[in-house]
Design a protein around this ligand. Structure first.
Ligand SMILES: [Fe+2]
Ligand SMILES: [Fe+2]
Length: 271
């Protein structure tokens, strides 16, 4: 199976890039399933049901989430009822939604796990212990194709997750920092990237208008971050091939700019 993995889609500029580009790429590169992070799709904070459906109609099949999944107070309960919309699995059980999805839209079932880190995040269950437990349960059900979105702030947390899950899951893609990293690798059957990077505005501060973050850091005081609608945009996605046994074989990183520059980097499995 071929999966496309998209990081944080930030606001209208991010949604516009998805609407303009994704269906064509999905067809042209024969991608079976697209997984993307939803936590910033609506105005940069949370996800409305309307925007989730708009993105499903634009080629996304499964959404993960993060620390902003609950920001749209009126909509998140509806959004998280959808089996194809996840939130981090290490939130407590009494919180709405689910953190693991098992899907059987193709010949063999596959699973998507959404986890959130510990540094600068809400206090939740230990994501590393949770990851090992969930993977163990999935393996008992004979599910070997497993995709993990690890939504975390620090590179070290993400590398620890890679070391723990290497050879046990098919792919780990990092989200949350909004800045794409240059460390895509396929090792011991597992694809890993610290962060895919955002889809949305590329010429300001992590997809948000620069004015407020600068003010806040210069003075300690400032308002709510806003998504700027007039900006230079980028679309970022990792594409990974996973065989019948759940082993990742090759991966590519796509970076597509709204002014038509395209950068595709190929990676082959290290054996
Ligand atoms: Fe985010
Ligand atoms: Fe986040």
């Amino acid at each position: 199976m071929r999966f496309g993995l998209i990081g944080d889609i930030v606001g209208r500029p991010g949604r516009d890039m998805i609407k303009q580009i994704l269906k064509d790429i999905k067809t042209k590169h024969k991608i079976d399933t697209i997984v993307a992070n939803s936590e910033n799709i609506s105005n940069g904070f949370g996800a409305t049901n309307k925007n989730i459906n708009e993105m499903f109609n634009s080629g996304i099949d499964i959404f993960t989430g993060g620390n902003h999944s609950f920001d749209k107070k009126d909509d998140y309960k509806i959004v998280l009822q959808n089996k194809c919309v996840l939130r981090p699995a290490n939130y407590p059980d009494e919180i709405d939604g689910r953190g693991v999805g098992i899907y059987d839209t193709h010949n063999k079932p596959f699973a998507v796990i959404n986890l959130m880190g510990m540094f600068a995040m809400p206090v939740c269950d230990n994501p590393f212990r949770k990851a090992l437990d969930i993977v163990d349960q999935l393996k008992k059900k004979d599910i070997n194709t497993i995709i993990v979105d690890f939504h975390a702030e620090t590179t070290s947390e993400k590398r620890v997750m890679m070391s723990l899950l290497k050879n046990k899951v098919s792919a780990i893609f990092g989200t949350h920092t909004h800045i794409g990293t240059d460390d895509l690798i396929v090792e011991d059957g597992t694809m890993y990237v610290t962060d895919v990077g955002l889809t949305g505005c590329r010429d300001n501060i992590i997809g948000m208008d620069s004015k407020t973050p600068i003010e806040k850091l210069l003075t300690g005081v400032g308002g709510h971050f806003k998504v700027q609608n007039n900006c230079k945009k980028i679309f970022q996605m990792v594409v990974v091939d996973i065989n019948e046994q759940g082993i990742a074989t090759t991966a590519k990183k796509f970076k597509i700019y709204d002014d038509n520059d395209i950068v595709i980097t190929d990676f082959k499995a290290e054996i």
